[in-house]
Each structure stands twice: as structure tokens, then as C-alpha cells.
Design a protein around this ligand. Structure first.
Ligand code: ASP
Length: 321
């Protein structure tokens, strides 16, 4: 049997059990299960890792619970702005977008850039014109801005005016990594950025090697958390480098990247990675990371809290023998 696997995340943030509303917890788990299934089904039909990570991320971009596409966080101006990137570990081709506002599925625009554009990264209106020229669906603010995010934005304005104290901001960037039956790896990440970020701010997500990276020789990686720290630490590429040049296992490279330069680069970090055997590793310093994993013919695994551990799928173990 050919091996294939997919793993996803929908952001990491500092949170303890009991601090999350039960209904929200359920909705997160359902959203993760839905996205995992979309990606897994593509792989099960013999589809490519690139198509699988796009399908999983599209599902989370549609889901207003997550900070990507519909339901994304708002900037200081009360608007949504999206960053996304996708990388093909086979060809090392990349497509990325920064600061787009009207594209329904930023990750699909990134994929069209990867496939058709001589450049890797397009931003703002240039990226939107490219989306239009390639018949990708565009939407207005009424589609992207949900009442919950509008309320969080209003709270933030009151907090700034000293009228209200805000709880920690929700940062639910989404991402996926996959291995297909042909041994190809891919990574994809999509985000609405940080709550209340400056207009025009671009995070780590579309910075290749920062928030997103894939190379068939070693691994595929998608990051979440404080974008400024992640891009300064070049964390996605560090996972690759620690495996390639320092012989680290996937798990140890992912865990080390979570701690890297922690004295200088503060903030929440979450890293999802997958190696050439389809094993996945989840690293985070937050106690909470929305995540999921499914390998060929195995049951799906969905988790939120640190205490929920991923067991190595039995069939994957057998395949390695
Ligand atoms: N990394 C994203 C950014 O800084 C945010 C997140 O992952 O929550 O734009």
C-alpha cells in the first residue's frame, strides 16, 4: 500500500483548559475534522499533496471560526487583509500573496501564482488583478467581516480609549502539510494576520522559510503565532535545516525551532511539520494549538490541548519496517 498523510493546524494561542467556551471548543473540533477530511479525500483519490493542502485550507478559509478568509481578524482600520503561501516540495515552486482584501480563497490565488506566474509573491491590488484575470471568486467586506470579529474590533477600540479591558486576541491562522502517494510534500498557510494589526502589515505566512516551507528531500512546514518573531527566526526553514544538516528527527527539529532565539524573539509560536515518511510533528509554546492529522487508512486525529497526544499510526509503523 502506498503511504500518504495530511496534517493541519488552525492556530496556536496561550490558553488553558477552562478558558475556552465549550461550544467554541466543539465548533473548532468540527471545523478541524471537516478540513482534515477535505484534504485526506484528495490524497485518497491519488491527488497531489499540493491539491490536498489547498483543499484543507480552503475548508478553513470558508469556516468563520478561523482567522483566514471569512471570519478573519480585523486591522486597526476595521478591515480584513489576507496573507497566504503555498509551496511544492517537489519543484520548489512557490506562490504567495500579501495584503489582499477581496479574494475569497487567498490560498487558491497563491496556488495560481505558483502555477502560472513568473514571480513568487504578489501583494495588494496587483495580486487582486491577477486573481481577477484568472477568474478566482472575489467577495466584498460583507462576506469576510463576521459580527464576532466586528465586536472584537469594537472592543479593541474601547480598550484603546481606556473604556474596556480586552481578553487575549484570538489568532487562528490556518495551515496544512501533506505527503502524497508519489512521495511529494507540500505546505500551505493562510491568515488574516494579527488582530488590530496596522494596515499594510504583512506577517510571516507568505515569507518563504519564515511561515511556510516544503522540500521533498526533508519536510514540509507551516507556522502560526507572532509573525514578527517567526520571520525573524526564519523558523520554517530552521526545521528543514536542523533535519538536513544536523540530523535532527522531525520531532526534535520542530521542538527546537519552538525554542530558538526565545530570549530575543518573544511571543506565541506553533509549528506543524511533516517528514518524507508522512509522520507529523506539532510544536507549540502556548498550551493550545488547533490541529489534526490523518495517515492512509487510519482514523483522523483532532486535538486542541497540549495533553492530547498523537499516537503513531499503527499502519505507518508497519510501513516503515
Ligand atoms: N502568524 C500570523 C501572522 O503573524 C498570525 C497567526 O498565526 O496567528 O500574521
Amino acid at each position: 500500500m502506498k503511504k500518504y498523510a495530511i496534517a493541519i493546524h488552525a492556530g496556536a494561542e496561550t490558553l488553558k483548559p477552562g478558558e475556552l467556551d465549550k461550544k467554541k471548543e466543539e465548533a473548532y473540533r468540527q471545523g478541524l475534522a471537516d478540513a482534515l477530511k477535505e484534504g485526506y479525500d484528495v490524497l485518497g483519490k491519488g491527488g497531489s499533496a499540493l491539491d490536498a493542502v489547498e483543499a484543507a485550507v480552503n475548508s478553513m478559509e470558508r469556516n468563520p471560526m478561523f482567522n483566514a478568509g471569512r471570519g478573519a481578524s480585523l486591522t486597526q482600520r476595521g478591515e480584513t487583509e489576507f496573507d497566504a503561501a503555498i509551496m511544492d516540495g517537489n519543484t520548489l515552486r512557490v506562490g504567495a500573496v500579501g495584503g489582499v482584501r477581496y479574494v475569497q480563497h487567498p490560498i487558491s490565488l497563491a496556488k495560481v501564482i505558483l502555477q502560472k506566474c513568473k514571480h513568487c509573491l504578489l501583494v495588494g491590488t496587483g495580486a487582486e488583478e491577477f486573481a481577477l484575470a484568472n477568474n478566482l471568486p472575489l467577495k466584498g467586506p460583507e462576506y469576510f467581516v463576521t459580527p464576532e470579529k466586528r465586536e472584537a474590533w469594537l472592543d479593541k477600540q474601547q480598550e484603546k480609549a481606556g473604556k474596556k479591558a480586552m481578553p487575549g486576541s484570538m489568532t487562528d491562522t490556518v495551515g496544512a502539510v501533506a505527503l502524497d502517494i508519489n512521495g511529494n510534500l507540500a505546505a500551505a498557510t493562510s491568515t488574516g494576520g494579527l488582530t488590530n494589526q496596522m494596515k499594510g502589515r504583512v506577517g510571516d505566512t507568505p515569507i518563504i522559510g519564515g511561515g511556510t516551507f516544503a522540500n521533498n528531500e526533508v519536510c514540509a512546514v507551516s507556522c502560526t503565532g507572532e509573525g514578527e518573531a517567526i520571520m525573524r527566526g526564519v523558523l520554517a526553514h530552521e526545521v528543514y535545516a536542523m533535519m538536513k544538516y544536523a540530523d535532527n528527527s522531525l520531532q526534535s527539529a520542530t521542538e527546537k525551532a519552538i525554542q530558538l532565539h526565545a530570549d530575543k524573539l518573544k511571543g506565541d509560536r506553533g509549528i506543524l511539520s511533516m517528514d518524507t515518511t508522512g509522520k507529523a510533528a506539532f510544536g507549540f509554546n502556548t498550551g493550545f494549538m488547533k490541529r489534526g492529522y490523518q495517515a492512509a487508512d487510519e482514523e483522523p486525529f483532532v486535538a486542541l490541548w497540549e495533553s492530547e497526544k498523537l499516537k503513531k499510526p499503527a499502519k505507518l509503523k508497519e510501513m516503515e519496517k
